[in-house]
Design a protein around this ligand. Sequence first.
Ligand code: ADP
Ligand code: AMP
Length: 223
Amino acid sequence: MTDTLTNLILLGPPGAGKGTQARMLVERFGLLQLSTGDLLREAVANGTAAGRTAKGIMEQGGLVPDDVVLQVLKDRLSSGNLGSGVIFDGFPRTLGQAEALDAVLAEMGMKLDRAIALEVDDAAMVDRIAGRYTCAHCGEGYHDTSKQPATVGKCDVCGGTDFKRRADDNAETVRARLETYHAETAPLTEFYARRGLLSSIDAMQPIETVAGRLAEILERESA
Ligand code: ADP
Ligand code: AMP
């Protein structure tokens, strides 16, 4: 039964567009977006044990320990409807997490179908992250220059008028996050390429162009 699900990973540094594209895939294909960054921010806001461990590390742009991330991920996976499959956004970020993901999916009778690398230039990522903000009500993502609401100050999706910026989206932390990405996460593209699961997209292109390429890959996968 679960064989019909399409499970995919979006790989790429902070600011590559993983969250933006994941939301569009949810809308178009009925997939579930699972962002470990969002889950950890929720844990921090709720003051859980995982949140207390994660808080300082996230503020510094480091990686939260694998066991903590895995626990919040498993809790979420076991708590609800997986839609027509799962988009892992911001996970895995280490080889250990990648291996653990295989085990978690196997336990649930599922498998990974594709890992899609969003390829971008580091230099552009600082601007993407510095300009990022979201609707405080529905979470829709925006950017100061590349993606503004049609009506200034009003969310296109829900009409909300409150917006927020992430505490870790500052120039200093972005550099630390990019360094962490290259040291710990970038090697995962090779890991998935060796298994024949990797697709790559030039994510310096406009949001809609990247979304079109992703849709092509997904349609091929579910054909
Ligand atoms: P990630 O989830 O990979 O950290 P986001 O999806 O939050 O990245 O995107 C970071 C910022 O860049 C957001 O403000 C988003 O609106 C903007 N953005 C995303 N994709 C593109 C793109 N292809 N071109 C220009 N800006 C983009
Ligand atoms: P993100 O929302 O994906 O940009 O993640 C924000 C922060 O949460 C990161 O800088 C890390 O500190 C932490 N984080 C998110 N996902 C993971 C993960 N899979 N492994 C370790 N830390 C993570």
